[in-house]
Write a protein that binds this ligand. Structure first.
Ligand SMILES: C[S@@+](CC[C@H](N)C(=O)[O-])C[C@H]1O[C@@H](n2cnc3c(N)ncnc32)[C@H](O)[C@@H]1O
Length: 201
């Protein structure tokens, strides 16, 4: 028998707080949200997250509908990134996001130039993450608080345009035979590096 997911209808007198959603109080809350957000409306959860988001961003190139974008959005939500930037095609496969995109700001840029212009205006360092020639180890790099970590796609990796928009490129150490790990896994490692250096824990 499978365990029920989430919580059932609210027991007892309903809380008098506008953050609670009457439908969820009545029917229960089976969403993939942390316990402290049980029964809250989506708007109330997003407002609470917005009040304490971290100042790092992530960007992923999307020229071939990369299937990793959903998992990157989910991880960005978990680590409370300011925004996820999708560069290239606007459409992306939401499946891996597991609905976390409802709580995560996702911005689209038509090309790398638009991402770079946004970063210059915001004073955010653009940092590539790829194991390209000239990349330096992520493990010993110091990440600035305000940065956008840019990931490439399965196969080609970071495009030439993305490489030249980045102030530096960081590589995750590997020890096996494969040329690379997948972009979603690389994004999780890089985001966690930022968390270890800057988040309160
Ligand atoms: C599957 S990789 C493909 C490109 C890779 N440069 C190659 O030679 O095969 C897709 C993306 O995942 C990320 N990635 C994968 N392995 C990485 C590593 N060891 N270090 C940093 N980024 C990595 C990068 O953002 C890269 O653009």
């Amino acid at each position: 028998m499978t365990e029920p997911v989430g919580v059932g209808p609210w027991q007892g007198a309903w809380p008098d707080d506008p953050r609670y959603d009457p439908e969820l109080l009545r029917d229960g809350d089976a969403r993939n949200v942390a316990d402290r957000y049980r029964y809250w409306t989506v708007e109330a959860i997003v407002a609470d997250l917005d009040a304490r988001r971290h100042p790092f961003h992530v960007a992923i190139e999307n020229w071939q509908h990369d299937f990793n974008i959903g998992s990157i959005v989910r991880t960005a939500n978990a680590f409370l990134a300011a925004e996820v930037h999708v560069v290239g095609k606007r459409r992306w496969n939401r499946r891996g996001a597991m609905v976390t995109d409802r709580y995560q700001h996702v911005r689209h840029h038509a090309d790398v130039g638009a991402l770079a212009a946004w970063a210059a205006e915001e004073g955010v360092e653009v940092i590539g993450v790829d194991n390209l020639p000239g990349a330096v180890p992520l493990e010993t790099a110091q990440l600035p608080e305000r940065c956008v970590l840019v990931f490439g796609q399965e196969g080609p990796g970071l495009t030439e345009a993305a490489r030249s928009a980045c102030s530096r490129t960081l590589a995750i150490a590997q020890f096996g035979s494969t040329r690379s790990i997948n972009a979603g896994a690389a994004a999780a490692v890089a985001m966690h590096t930022w968390i270890r250096q800057h988040a309160d824990g």
